[in-house]
Design a protein around this ligand. Structure first.
Ligand code: TYD
Ligand code: MG
Length: 450
């Protein structure tokens, strides 16, 4: 076996003959790591002893083969479009400590058939303790504390489970691959082996992948095209809220959102997320507005708060955004000043989305502007009003998608009036729509005329 040294990018997995500070393929900085590779071309991934697939006529394709089985965790099933598909491979990514192991242990505890939890990070005792804490024990849940891929494959063969969790793919290694665990080569080789195993045995496989601070799955961006589904588990460590999204899904749309709360008994579904976000809201306070935002397909009512303080002119005024894009906040402050005559350049400004959510869609612009104006003028927006709409640089209000879905969610939670862009679609029953063409017009309608 002839080995050669290559430099492999942990972001895009491209090989480079020479080390460089920046990956020539994807432009990422400091992402090249040294690796050794067999100079002979890699053999095709083994199918685990199963004969190569034979072609079949289209009409003989078994449609039942792609049917998802519900996991019993409704918020997870919502994101998966029904549940886990036999023979499919799902990658669950998220930062350390966010709750990946907890979610998957709950899944296995609820699964009606035999399952196998492979932990390459924690001992069997640790998992047993956590399982006891989570409640309901599932007698046909098998545990294996193992890091070698050969041992894992052997256990799958022995236990013959319907669902296998491998926690995590970065700590599993193949002794035949001469590279450290967690390296791109190891992670890819092990994932290949597990994908082949899942397809051959028609097992639903879930792989855990830790995500680094920068948001990329450490090393295995390569994994995204190997697996059928990529889920991302997010949340703010200081809040109990956890959001689950499908980044890629071969069996359905990728735009639904799952919402959980981390409690002392594990993850609890939050079917009515809007109520949770508004639970601590106090009306009649200046600097607070509510907006119906859309995360994927799911409408959420979120409170936005702002605080402004006049500073001495020689002190640089701070701007701080939490759960909102800071660039967007700066832009909206500039539009408020130029188009609505609200001078905040000598004020320190704090703006936040309450509850640990991150708002990244332009539909929240108007509510941010109204919260800022309300704080600056010290005038409260009426408690039964919601606002949404994108704010343009000319101060115009632009329509945003799914106006009716947003309005329906606001009406459901008891809001009676909505200030929306003039060109929005027709309203829905139960909530009055008040249309505005420009930002100053909308602010005046909210009682915020400066
Ligand atoms: P964990 O599932 O270990 O995270 P990951 O696998 O993504 O690294 O969960 C970690 C955190 O969740 C930990 O700080 C403790 C907390 N937690 C609870 O609050 N309640 C619970 O019932 C459990 C099991 C964990
Ligand atoms: Mg874990």
């Amino acid at each position: 076996m002839k080995l050669r040294v290559v430099y492999r990018c942990t972001e895009c997995a491209a090989d480079q003959p020479k080390w460089a500070g920046r990956c020539p393929s994807c432009g990422a900085w400091n992402s090249l790591i040294e690796d050794v590779e067999d100079a002979a071309p890699a053999p095709a991934p083994s199918l685990g002893g199963v004969a190569a697939a034979a072609p079949i006529p289209l009409h003989e394709v078994d449609l039942m083969a792609g049917t998802p089985y519900p996991t019993g965790l409704d918020e997870l099933d919502r994101v998966l479009g029904g549940g886990l598909v036999p023979g499919s491979v799902t990658l669950l990514g998220g930062e350390p400590g966010i709750g990946k192991s907890t979610l998957l242990l709950q899944l296995l505890q609820l699964w009606p058939g035999r399952t196998l939890y492979v932990s390459a990070e924690e001992s069997a005792q640790q998992i047993r303790l956590r399982a006891d804490r989570l409640g309901v024990g599932q007698p046909d849940l098998w545990l294996l504390a193992e890091t070698s891929i050969a041992g894992i494959v052997a256990a799958i063969e022995r236990v013959d489970p319907q669902v296998v969790v491998v926690d995590s793919i970065q700590t599993v290694a193949d002794a035949d691959v001469g590279s450290a665990p967690g390296s791109v080569v190891q992670v890819r080789a092990c994932a290949h082996r597990l994908v082949a195993e899942a397809k051959a045995r028609r097992v639903s496989m879930v792989l855990v992948g830790h995500v680094t601070k920068e948001g990329s799955l450490a090393g295995p961006r390569v994994l995204e095209h190997l697996v059928d589904t990529v889920l991302s588990f997010e949340g703010d460590r200081d809040h109990a809220l956890r959001l689950l999204r499908a980044v890629k899904h071969r069996f359905g749309p990728t735009n639904d959102l799952g919402v959980f709360e981390m409690s002392e008994r594990g993850l609890v579904a939050v079917p009515d997320a809007s109520s949770m976000f508004l639970a601590d809201r106090r009306t009649g306070i200046a600097g607070s507005t509510v907006t119906p935002t859309l995360d994927g397909q799911r409408p959420l009512l979120v409170e936005i708060q702002a605080l402004t303080n006049r500073m001495r002119p020689d002190v640089p005024a701070r701007r701080s955004a939490q759960g909102l894009d800071s660039g967007r906040l700066a832009l909206l402050l500039a539009v408020l000043e130029r188009r609505a005559g609200l001078r905040l350049s000598a004020h320190e400004v704090f703006a936040s989305a309450v509850g640990g959510v991150r708002l990244a869609e332009p539909g929240v612009d108007l509510a941010i502007c109204a919260a800022l104006a309300s704080a600056a003028l010290d005038v409260a927006v009426p408690g039964d009003v919601v606002l949404f709409g994108e704010v343009g640089l000319a101060g115009e209000l632009r329509q945003v998608g799914h106006a009716r879905r947003r309005l329906a969610e606001a009406a459901r939670l008891g809001f009676r009036r909505a200030i929306i862009p003039a060109n929005s679609a027709n309203g829905v029953a139960g909530i009055e729509t008040i249309r505005a063409a420009t930002l100053p017009e909308a602010l005046a309608l909210a009682g915020l005329a400066g």
